[in-house]
Design a protein around this ligand. Structure first.
Ligand code: AMP
Ligand code: MG
Length: 335
């Protein structure tokens, strides 16, 4: 398939919107990562997204809208808490899991009776969705399992020849995917951490917000001692670079020293080693750069990536750590 490379001009957004309306696939920039979009209400189009990504069919997608008034097409109930989050965080990097209306295809929601919805904060994305005049289902525009794409060239590397068009926009401002919060119960539950933190949501709602147990359990269980093998429970590596990857965790000076030691050791054995070590507490920069660094190190052909853990139990650093540990297949060395 010949993939059109489009700009963010009005004219090109109109062409891209036309492709989506006709059931085609278009990758587009958002403020978080690049998305691979299809008409969310067209099951056949959505099936094409799974195929292009090589993604398991039971993994639900986020449905993107351009106006809050489009929520009514997707969900039958809007609680006061949901309205508060819309007012506080949309457009922006917050996805809400809501009860779904029957018209939303099972293909889009992985057979669940809920639908994940977000209004992105990027002019190109909002322009595209508005012109398409339908909700746009979009997972990240990478081959399933690979690091999420935060630059147009990352999307081209994974998707050229597999989809109808790629909108070439700016590098993504945030760099990690949206926070996902389940709003279907009494207490909001964070399913995926992101730039909008539990603390931010708690402050807006004036009530308790919890993390999904799987999110915390995985980390504490794996953190106990030394280098652990890949967790047997993790069937797939997520966000994975081609290189092997180890996260070094502990007090900052020790982490630095251990990275130097392991780097020298591996280089002496003829391996090419890449290092990811962010400035202490520079969590926003870490979020912005993390996936791009993984992809750059892969392009350089490194065999091993050594990454310094970020020390943060709750905020943006925690969200980056969630991706870092998954990329490394929970391969952690504690010093
Ligand atoms: P991605 O498509 O790569 O941005 O990932 C979408 C994320 O949203 C995944 O972690 C999904 O599991 C999650 N998600 C999407 N829809 C739902 C839903 N209805 N219920 C729970 N999680 C969802
Ligand atoms: Mg993804």
């Amino acid at each position: 398939m010949k993939t059109l490379i489009l700009s963010t001009s009005e004219e090109d957004l109109e062409r891209a919107a036309h492709i989506i309306r006709e059931g085609g696939l278009v990758a587009f920039p958002t403020e978080t990562v690049y998305g691979l979009g299809a008409d969310a209400m067209n099951a056949r189009a959505v099936a094409g997204v799974y195929e292009a990504k090589g993604r398991p069919g039971d993994n639900p997608m986020i449905v993107h809208i351009a106006r809050a008034s489009d929520l009514g097409q997707l969900t039958p109930t809007l609680s006061p808490d949901i309205v508060t989050l819309v007012e506080n965080f949309w457009p922006g990097p917050l996805t809400m899991v809501l009860r779904k209306k029957p018209g939303v295809p099972d293909r889009t929601t992985g057979g669940l009776d809920t639908v994940a919805v977000r209004m992105p904060d990027s002019e190109a994305a909002l322009g595209l969705i508005t012109k398409a005049a339908c909700p746009v289902a979009a997972p990240s525009a990478n081959i399933s399992g690979r690091p999420s794409p935060t630059r147009a060239r990352d999307v081209i590397a994974d998707m050229d020849g597999k989809i109808d068009a790629i909108i070439e926009g700016e590098d993504c401002r945030i760099g990690i995917e949206s926070t996902v919060v389940d709003m279907t119960g009494e207490v909001p539950v964070i399913l995926r951490p992101g730039i909008i933190t539990a603390e931010n949501i708690k402050a807006a709602l004036g009530k308790e917000v919890v993390y999904d147990k799987a999110l915390l359990g995985k980390i504490s269980e794996e953190n106990q001692e030394g280098i652990k093998p890949k967790s047997p429970g993790m069937k797939y590596r997520h966000y994975a670079p081609k290189a092997d990857m180890t996260v070094i965790e502990g007090q900052r000076d020790k982490v630095k020293a251990e990275i130097e030691r392991l780097k020298a050791l591996n280089e002496r054995l003829g391996l090419k080693v890449g290092v990811i070590l962010f400035e202490e507490k520079a969590f926003i920069e870490a979020a912005h750069d993390f996936f791009a660094r993984l992809r750059d190190l892969d392009s350089e052909g490194v065999d091993l990536i050594l990454a310094g853990a970020l020390s943060d139990t709750d905020g943006v650093g925690f969200a980056v750590m969630n991706r870092m540990l998954k990329s490394a297949g929970y391969n952690i060395a504690r010093v």
